[in-house]
Design a protein around this ligand. Sequence first.
Ligand SMILES: Nc1nc2c(c(=O)[nH]1)N[C@H]1C(S)=C(S)[C@@H](COP(=O)(O)OP(=O)(O)OC[C@H]3O[C@@H](n4cnc5c(N)ncnc54)[C@H](O)[C@@H]3O)O[C@H]1N2
Ligand code: MOO
Length: 398
Amino acid sequence: MSPTTVAEHRKRVAELVGLMPVLQLPLDECLGLVLAADVVAPLSLPPFDNSAMDGYAVRAAELAGEGPVKLPVADDIPAGRTEISPLEPGTVQRIMTGAPVPPGADAVIQVELTDGGTETVTINGKVRPGANIRTAGDDVQKGDPVLTAGTVLRPSTVGLASALGLPELPVRRRPRVLVLSTGSELVEPGRPLQPGQIYESNGTMLAAAVRDAGGTAVQLKFVPDDVEEFHRALTPYLGSVDVIVTSGGVSAGAYEVVKDALAGHDVKFTKVAMQPGGPQGSGRYEGVPVLTLPGNPVSAQVSFEVFVRPALLASMGHTQVERPTARATVTSPLTSPAGKTQFRRGLYDPSSGQVVTPVGGPGSHLLSALALSNCLIEVPEDVTEVAAGAEVVVRHLQ
Ligand SMILES: Nc1nc2c(c(=O)[nH]1)N[C@H]1C(S)=C(S)[C@@H](COP(=O)(O)OP(=O)(O)OC[C@H]3O[C@@H](n4cnc5c(N)ncnc54)[C@H](O)[C@@H]3O)O[C@H]1N2
Ligand code: MOO
């Protein structure tokens, strides 16, 4: 049987995860999510003519003569005042930034050009009509299409929605991803380690990667290589998660708990033509999409990058699901297995002419090398040797 290609497995994973439903979410939960419908402005911004300066609302023509002008201050308008009396000829009204401009006023003169009086004010400057007035609709006209479906919500876009009086926006919600590590050798950090045991790292790493991709991670404590315990751990979550991601237990050993537990379920195990990340499984467990990643830490994380991250982003409605890539010159030679796409870890340095330095070897247990890298170097399936100085494609990880 020929191995599954990276592209085929990516497609299968993306189809399995599918699209998350659209919800109305409060603005403070929308950051980074994708708007699911166009937003039409329900009001204009600013909603009313208001002052851009602390000063006095005036009739510009009354200041046009020679020398200072002394006028009575008929009213005081702080921001937030809702009832405004018209500006009578021959008077001014003291006004604050953001306060509504009274009918009859056609300009605001800033306080610095006056003596700041509260009963009467002496004004030493002139203004043109319209000066220091922010007109209703300057920014947004009621009925304008202000945000379009597909927009990734940023601080400024949620701020705009709030300014328009919208408490919620329609977005595709975050996928809830259950992360479960398997392995009888695993110990929780903070506990003593016996010979033959290792500290668990994949669960923490994958849960962080889920959050980094915008998902909500539910990280279960890992389970030993025991099929019954595997089922028992998952059962309580089946109604509430969108995706299950496991690590470990999928290769060719005698105790492959994930493979054993999912035998008889709608899950397909395959070898993907890549290194690391060869052994992969995908399908449904009691109806819930399940992605079984290999246990070697670098394999698990690279599998997440290549398959799971793009699928999670797509499920939230993102169209840009790929990490940015660049071309770079590799500083030392690489070898790669024939017929497999290799993802080596690298440090990309754009400042020295787009150069990438491989970090560590190809071994999928070399977690510190991954932690010290900022990119993956992609060596195509048909390439077995890359000479120092050759051009490669790098996939940025941050
Ligand atoms: N005879 C064969 N052996 C192996 C093959 C193969 O094709 N034939 N494939 C190798 C490759 S490639 C990989 S990748 C691994 C995948 O193995 P599993 O998915 O079954 O993972 P485990 O055996 O459970 O663990 C592998 C390795 O990773 C460590 N590990 C597992 N989980 C964690 C965790 N949560 N935190 C930290 N470290 C973890 C585990 O201790 C093992 O050292 O199989 C190869 N073997
Ligand atoms: O394919 Mo494994 O995932 O290299 O170590």
